[in-house]
Design a protein around this ligand. Structure first.
Ligand code: TXA
Ligand code: MG
Length: 326
């Protein structure tokens, strides 16, 4: 007899999500960036479940999602003007700001660090959910650690559906790549992870914006781990003029931006990020296209780097980290 596998309940009812979360269980939640694997951020047992379900190392801190910027002083200390300005300008939205945490936030949420990443997500369903809860939600991306992040409920269900009771279905994610993570002092903004808010947008406040480079040996933000966002099949992020060097490979998927070339072998699968060279469209499709490429089980995925401007910088960062070897 075939074993019956119990998958998560997929619902648009925030009452169902609240039901599970109030009991210390986990629920996947939609955000404008990617789907999150959420639990009560103030409940250590729920936090332990998040690390277990994701198979996530305990050194990788979680982002805490709050319903609005008025909640900041509930969980943070010594908030400075620049932190206020950024929250005021970008929330709800894809920016995670590090704050000095107070004692309400369990050490496990921040992996023992003194700073907690807070973010108010721009998704109506999840904001409605946060409004009926009396605790914030810790939520990493809802994928097994190291794999491509989910941007649709079915992505979550496929990989984590057996391990969690509920997925709140908010449709496909609009932005499609994670929030930008920043640490700020009075005068400078340090980008620890590139994402939905661009460097150019952060520069509008007249402060210096510094893109921090961190290596695997010294991750300040493990989204900066050298290999992350990875597909199961090997991937190379390399410009299209070098693709013919791989002519001998049989099963190849090409991920391209703009117009296809007639020279590409007809037997190779081709997936486009955006025909019109629209970087925002490319970001919203990136993780779905990487999953589609992987499902084909190719010998190799070739992805071309995008223009290094705006959100293209974050997309290239994800593609580079998805590469098999560095
Ligand atoms: O868009 C997003 O940020 C999504 C949605 C669900 O909100 N969440 C997300 O979480 O991408 P996660 O855990 O997959 O990635 C969070 C990143 C990690 O690289 C983590 O190391 C970093 O943010 N981070 C979180 N708290 C931090 C802290 N206190 N200090 C340094 N880095 C932190
Ligand atoms: Mg993640």
């Amino acid at each position: 007899m075939k074993k019956q596998i119990k998958l998560a309940e997929i619902t648009q009812d925030i009452g169902r999500a609240k039901y599970w979360l109030d009991r210390g269980e986990l629920t996947a939640i939609p955000t404008e960036t990617v789907y999150g694997l959420a639990g009560n951020a103030l409940n250590v047992d729920a936090l332990i479940k998040i690390f277990e379900v994701k198979n996530r190392p305990k050194f990788d801190p979680l982002i805490v999602h709050i319903k609005n910027k008025e909640e900041i002083p509930k969980y943070a200390e010594k908030v400075n003007d620049l932190q206020h300005i950024l929250a005021e300008n970008f929330w709800p939205g894809p920016l995670t700001i590090l704050f000095k945490k107070n004692n309400l936030i369990p050490d496990l949420a921040t992996s023992g660090l003194e700073y907690v990443g807070l973010r108010c997500p721009a998704h109506s369903l999840t904001l409605s959910l946060l409004n009926i809860l009396d605790y914030p939600l810790a939520a990493p991306s809802a994928n097994p650690f190291g794999y491509v992040s989910p941007t649709r409920p079915e992505h979550v269900n496929k990989q984590l559906g057996e391990k969690i009771p509920c997925i709140l279905d908010g449709g496909p994610c609009e932005i499609g790549i994670e929030s930008t993570v920043v640490k700020v002092d009075e005068e400078k903004i340090f980008i620890l992870r590139t994402g939905g808010i661009t460097k150019e947008e952060l520069e509008k406040f007249g402060k210096e914006v510094i893109l921090s480079e961190h290596s695997t040996s010294n991750p300040q933000s493990p989204g900066q781990l050298t290999r992350h966002y990875a597909t199961f099949s090997p991937l190379k992020c390399i410009s299209r003029d070098k693709w013919m060097d791989f002519f001998d490979e049989k099963k190849v998927v090409l991920i391209y931006f703009g117009s296809p070339s007639k020279e590409w072998p007809s037997g190779w699968k081709k997936l486009c990020l955006s025909e019109n060279e629209d970087l925002k469209v490319a970001a919203s499709r990136l993780f779905h296209v990487l999953r589609e490429a992987d499902e084909f089980k190719p010998d190799l995925i070739l992805a071309e780097p995008l223009p290094m401007k705006g959100i293209g910088i974050a997309i290239n960062d994800k593609l580079k980290r998805a590469q098999a070897e560095n």
